[in-house]
Design a binder for this molecule. Structure first.
Ligand SMILES: [Zn+2]
Ligand SMILES: [Zn+2]
Length: 87
């Protein structure tokens, strides 16, 4: 267990978020599991996409039905074009 020594001499446990956070497959941010969603899009092979993503990356079509950016009908998260910078 990792410890942190506080300025007053006390030693505090650091709570490990072991197994409680995973990386969003879209933006790559480490996200607490309770905020993670899975894409509910049904693929041609009958399976669901199940792409793990954070709250921000998920596109909630209806309650308990989220889509990843790839499968979002509105593609609200499509990559933004790089702004051209004139030198
Ligand atoms: Zn994300
Ligand atoms: Zn998907």
């Amino acid at each position: 267990m990792p410890f942190v020594r506080l300025p007053d001499g006390t030693v505090a446990h650091v709570r490990m978020q072991k197994g409680r956070s995973k990386r969003c497959k879209v933006c790559g941010h480490l996200t607490a599991q309770r905020f993670l969603r899975e894409c509910d899009f049904t693929l041609p092979n009958g399976k669901t996409c199940d792409l793990l993503m954070c709250d921000k990356c998920a596109f909630e079509v209806k309650p308990n039905f989220d889509l990843c950016p790839l499968h979002s009908p509105e593609r609200v998260f499509q990559a933004q074009p790089r702004p051209k910078e004139s030198i």
